[in-house]
Design a protein around this ligand. Structure first.
Ligand code: IPM
Ligand code: MG
Length: 370
């Protein structure tokens, strides 16, 4: 089982070190032949090779069984032309591996209820999954660019979806909903956008093939409101690329810390890409303050969805659950009565929790799972 590890920028290397040690431990406990190879990506790759996604990195990812990315982004490249920025490397990787489906589960963990900026009674029991289209829409639509100059300059992007692109992400969302609470909310802006009218028609057309799943359509502005008003009403949220980018950050805040949220990006075939939802947090990089849990939970998603190793995935999630229940917190999640720990120490506590055998029939961990 070949894994390409992309530590990337900012806090990326610190959280990668923790996650790698845990993968090694869980691999040997579960007898998994895990081989991990690191490759440069993002700002680190611009510094080392002059481009955010070197050909060799893409080749290594394509050849792997799964790709685990920490985070990319570095403010020193903010003024670089678009193709020379870390984010372009990530978009290139998503396109290069044809990862059209991005799954972002958000589950509010009871022991972290107080960490949310929303009232505990609003967020308690939230368990939703954002299914975001990832290789189309306004992120990749043509034409795009800038023309003219001075006060006559214009810039433009195109939000476009083909029926086939909507169908394949909708099918994925229906399937996932049918395995969960069987409620699908498709998000669009069909009252204004032609592209959303097509989106809605394709989802409606598919609905009869999933009779067990209840479908509703919601305008994106209303979805943004309902997510903080009544977040428990959502099970699976199906979105296009841009709407999903925005709503998944909003949904992340329900759980109190974006430092807890994993994600999986999948295509029809080939390796999946697993990464935390958070960014590279350059302001705290190198200070041993980073929260490694989202990357550890992303590694669990990788084991489950990318490598088919359910029990190893659950072992990692159980370790995260136990460490949180024991009251260990990185500064971003700190609450009264808890013990603040750094990134490295969090890793040690996770390793200890992993080594401590769990009784059979133990309840499912409370953490984020698809
Ligand atoms: C995300 C990020 C990326 C996106 C950026 C870094 C390109 O915000 O994964 O949500 O916009 O998709
Ligand atoms: Mg985003």
């Amino acid at each position: 089982m070949n894994i390409t590890l992309l530590p990337g920028d900012g806090i990326g290397p610190e959280i990668t070190a923790v996650t790698k040690a845990l993968l090694q431990a869980v691999g040997s406990r579960h007898g998994l032949p895990l081989v991990m190879e690191e490759a440069p990506m993002g700002g680190a790759a611009i510094a080392a090779c002059g481009e955010p996604l070197p050909k060799e990195t893409l080749r290594c990812c394509r050849a792997a069984d799964a790709v685990l990315l920490a985070a990319i982004g570095d403010p020193q490249y903010d003024r670089h032309p678009r193709q020379q920025r870390p984010e372009s490397g990530l978009l290139g990787l998503r396109a290069g591996l044809q990862l059209f489906a991005n799954l972002r589960p958000v589950k509010v963990i009871p022991s972290l209820l107080g960490a949310s900026s929303l009232k505990p009674e609003v967020v308690s029991g939230v368990d939703l999954l954002v299914v975001r289209e990832l290789t189309g829409g306004i992120y990749f639509g043509q034409p795009k660019g800038r023309i003219g100059s001075g006060s006559g300059e214009r810039a433009f992007n195109t939000m476009t979806y083909g029926a086939m692109e909507v169908d394949r992400i909708a099918a994925m969302a229906f399937r996932l909903a049918s395995q969960r609470r069987r409620r699908l909310c498709s998000v669009d802006k069909a009252n204004v956008l032609d592209v959303s009218q097509l989106w809605r028609e394709r989802v409606e057309r598919m609905a009869p093939t999933w009779p067990d799943v209840t479908v509703e359509h919601m305008y994106v502005d209303n979805a943004a409101m309902q997510l903080i008003r009544q977040p428990r009403r959502f099970d699976v949220l199906l979105t296009g690329n841009l709407f999903g980018d925005i709503l998944s950050d909003e949904a992340a805040m329900l759980s109190g810390s974006i430092g807890l949220l994993p994600s999986a990006s999948l295509g029809d075939s080939g390796p999946g890409l697993f990464e935390p939802v958070h960014g590279s947090a350059p302001d705290i990089a190198g200070q041993d303050r980073a929260n490694p849990l989202a990357m550890v939970l992303s590694a669990a998603m990788m084991l489950r969805l990318g490598l088919g190793q359910e029990s190893a995935a659950t072992a990692l999630e159980t370790a995260v659950d136990r460490v949180l229940k024991a009251g260990f917190r990185t500064p971003d999640m700190m609450a009264d009565g808890c013990v603040v720990v750094g990134c490295g120490a969090m890793g040690e506590h996770l390793l200890a929790a992993l080594e401590d055998p769990v009784e059979d029939g133990a309840p499912q961990p409370d953490v984020n799972r698809v």
